[in-house]
Design a protein around this ligand. Sequence first.
Ligand code: FAD
Length: 455
Amino acid sequence: MATRCPATDKPPSESCIGTNGWHAVLPSPKSFSRLEGSQTADWLVIGGGYSGLAAARRLAETVPSDRIVVLEALRIGDGPAGRSSGFMIDLPHKLDSDSYTGSVEADRRQTIRNRLAIDFVRRVIDEDGLDPAIQYRTGKVNAAATEHGDTLLAAYRNHLDALSEPYETLGADEMLALTGSRYYRSGILTPQSALLHPAAYLCDLAEALSRRGVVIHENSAVTQFTEGPPHVVRTEHGQLTVPKVILAVNGAVAAFGHFKRRLMDVFTFASLTRALTEEETKSLGGEPFWGVLPADPMGTTLRRLSGPVYGGTRVLVRNRFILGSKGSAFEGRPINVITRQQRESFDNRYPALAHVPMDYVWGGRLCLSKNGATAFGEVAPGVFSAACQNGLGSVNGTLHGLLAADMATRRNCHAGLIAELTAADPPVRIPPEPITRRVGNWVIRRRETRAGMER
Ligand SMILES: Cc1cc2nc3c(=O)[nH]c(=O)nc-3n(C[C@H](O)[C@H](O)[C@H](O)COP(=O)(O)OP(=O)(O)OC[C@H]3O[C@@H](n4cnc5c(N)ncnc54)[C@H](O)[C@@H]3O)c2cc1C
């Protein structure tokens, strides 16, 4: 019997706030038409972020003669994935743990999965002729600005030893030579993470997909979903009938009737400076391209970007988490408070550049589950979910999209990884609103306060 799932209680536009600097600096992102009229397809991927485009790319590879359609509610590259900081982290990165780490065995498995996702993106960039400057394999540095940060880095280092992962310890002078900032007292460089230009990656991948025959419609929010099969989805201007659907909509999967009361919406925020002048770049010092994560997960992420695809030399700042839907999340905490806090974090690190304005400030919604589980699997006949990336969509989303596509085509590819994910516990139930939001924000605020000058 068909189940009717209205997808309108969480409009996708509610997942973003402010102007996404990554998308704004792109010279000419390709536009895709919206879905119009009544159509059919063999495959529908809903969501054009990391997971949706990875799923579509994998389908285009494994079932190239099928008709594959992607529906994205917003512009490609302007949803949460295109708003992220672009860290493709190969190592464990649990935001709910003080030092990002979990159990050694689970983290070993996670590292293998993360590296598969990084390699998939690299392969796509190579095979589809995307600009290689979209993904840098520079590694990433976890940096400490305080004694508290040093303690967390020591725990992280011990965990890397237990995992037999290579790293380099950096002192204050090496941090200065890398970042041009005297703010940091130590760092740990792990060499295998990659740094993406998130919006350029998604836009260029979408363009490459359309060259492969995948039909992409943006500004096409699914407003009604009638489960079959065949499944029928409606958007404002069109309708599509299709036997197989991949839900790659992150936390919005609950609006499609799956994993309800199990997923948490969390906003985080970023700012991008204007392009620095030559003189300012000189005064900034350091290397042209790097990414720094905070020793304390509640601290500040920093990236330096250089080159045409980044619109010149710029610095990206990311911090703050707020749990809740857009309406509730900004109650009493307008975006300008966050803008001020990000400014302060930048000025603390680069006092000589305090006059440089932020061209863009934005936020995006990510999805967390209480037990860190992903919302993955065949949730109804012919309906596959690749959702809830727990704040690390560049790797988790990419891999889950790829695996959802493999699971759906039943070609026995990546069977071990698929079995591992489907055997894992699903996201656990969370208390109803407003309890989850209030308690969650209280915990976040306490942890942010403890992070102190790591922010
Ligand atoms: C400021 C910021 C910094 C971040 N930094 C990092 C980072 O450095 N590294 C990292 O790995 N992660 C980072 N994240 C988290 C990351 O952005 C998410 O984990 C990631 O976006 C999840 O990818 P996804 O493709 O699964 O979901 P999404 O990116 O949320 O994509 C889902 C898409 O589905 C669309 N959609 C939803 N409902 C519908 C509908 N009804 N019809 C059609 N389309 C719909 C949405 O518009 C959206 O584009 C960051 C997030 C933010 C906001």
